[in-house]
Write a protein that binds this ligand. Sequence first.
Ligand code: RB5
Length: 147
Amino acid sequence: MSERLVLGADHGGFDLKRELVEGLREGGYTVTDIGTNSPESCDYSDFAHAVARGIIEGRFDKGILICGTGVGMSMSANRHPGIRAVNCSDVFTARYSRQHNDANVLCIGGRVVGFGLGWEIVKTFLTTAFSGDKRHVRRIGKIEDAG
Ligand code: RB5
């Protein structure tokens, strides 16, 4: 079964989300698009929280969130225990956020990267497995130990 993906964006990420949803569906991924569905101004946290909840509740495997910079989305998603959101504008970070950090949410700045780079980032994120190394499992466990 292909991974269940959920995508959300605010107005700053709306264009890139639309292109990514199309590309992912053409690539055979199971994609749920929770909006926004227009360039009208809206609040990024509403989408970040909905995506995070969907993953925590087991309805989706991974999420992709896009706002202008990816910053507001990653800040909001990372408030949820169990969510490891990475704000990413390069392929190297996308790869290691999966291999070392087992990131489950990818955040992208729609005003930072274009479709070409965004698509490479998304493909890398979705096709790179967590290494499962003991040291990385231990370190990920400590992320939740905020005290
Ligand atoms: C919206 O103008 C912009 O602030 C938002 O898309 C995002 O970049 C916030 O982090």
